[in-house]
Design a protein around this ligand. Sequence first.
Ligand SMILES: [Zn+2]
Length: 245
Amino acid sequence: MDSLSRHYHQLVGLNQDWVIADVQLDVENRTLTLSLEFLGDRVVCPECGATCSMKDHAAERSWRHLDAMQFQTILTARVPRCSCETCGVKTIGVPWAEKHSRFTLLFEAFAIDVLQASQSIRSAALLLGIDWSTAQVIMKRAVARGLERRSLDKVRHVGIDEKSFGKGQDYVTVMTDIEQSRVLEVTPDRTTESADELKSKKVSGTVYLILGDTVHPSSTNAREGKNTDRHCFCPGIRNNSGLPL
Ligand SMILES: [Zn+2]
């Protein structure tokens, strides 16, 4: 690797199995493309974790990475396929992205930060240069990762609220862990059914808070505390201040 490739190798956080084989800068389209190449000769089966021999390479794929100085950064690679005695021929996992994702893990983590800081999914998607449905997919994947990583047993206060997109005309319903400020689940619409779907994912010992009239516009519970737009839903906790407990 030359110094430029080594520089990007460190920035992307690649391990020794991968090198930056080529760097292409498209000034007109403000795109930086980093071509990655696998150097190892033995690979790990993504299904069973066995070390196996490499069969060949899958077709070239690309992943959107964090922008570099206003240049959209794209990683491309032909990912090796392993020949596993148990599972057959499988495409190995890559360290920078989840299976089937078109984005790197670092981009997805940044996207979640932007989504959480934005007033609507639409405004976050505009900032990130992605469409609304892609933002939805990234959010759902983050939720799945969070649920895999962490037990919900320790979640004590759960908020259910709506987020608008599309000029404020459309909504999704979002369930969050209030104490740890993390998204737990997302459903389309802001209907009673959406809130009920999220509540059905309740784990033992969890306490629920409903935040926002529009989540449950016809609910008796949501009409409690008429002087505020945030309401306590659960017995035992009254929080009409709108502040997390
Ligand atoms: Zn296997």
